[in-house]
Design a protein around this ligand. Structure first.
Ligand SMILES: [Fe+2]
Ligand SMILES: [Fe+2]
Length: 174
């Protein structure tokens, strides 16, 4: 598939798949760093659990490719690259603390929303292309796991990490 021009719906679908396939692989590399940098055991566990799920997301996409009769293709996802660089930067510029944990939850939520948006459209595209139900359900299963991961991060943030971080007040700097 040429990277330059997209003229058909099929090409748009394939580009989207290649984009998210690369994103998931970047996340397999990035999530252990996030887990390691956390102070909250609950948050660390959430990142570690989602790392396992993310490995499954890579495999599901490989199943999608195989059912489509295509070779898995990675297309450098620069949005995810920027998001993981941002998370690494946040780790560099914070101390292990609830403030860092709160920052990492923000990064995590953003990534999950990106994934939910990507998979939601891919699933709908697959439906419109009358792809086999198996492909649609593989994409749907991952969407559900992304939603759950997003909700868990929000819950850990709102119930535990953010209230602790809110105690570390200074002055608003200008
Ligand atoms: Fe994922
Ligand atoms: Fe995810």
């Amino acid at each position: 598939m040429s990277a330059e021009k997209i003229t058909t719906f099929d090409e748009l679908f394939q580009t989207g798949l290649a984009d998210i396939y690369d994103a998931e692989q970047q996340l397999v590399q990035a999530l252990p760093k996030l887990a390691q940098a956390c102070s909250s055991p609950q948050l660390r566990q959430a990142f570690e659990q989602h790392l396992q799920e993310t490995r499954g997301h890579v495999q599901r996409l490989e199943q999608v490719y195989s059912k489509l009769g295509l070779k898995p293709e990675r297309k450098t996802n620069t949005i995810l690259q920027a998001m993981t660089q941002d998370a690494e930067k946040k780790i560099q510029i914070t101390e292990p603390s609830p403030v860092r944990d709160a920052a990492l939850i923000v990064c995590g939520n953003k990534v999950e929303h990106f994934e939910i948006g990507s998979y939601g459209s891919l699933r709908n595209f697959a439906e419109l292309m009358s792809q086999p139900q198996e492909i649609i359900s593989l994409l749907e299963q991952t969407t559900q796991e992304e939603k759950k991961a997003d909700q868990l991060l929000t819950q850990i943030g709102e119930s535990e990490v953010n209230p602790q971080a809110a105690r570390m007040r200074g002055q608003l700097t200008r």
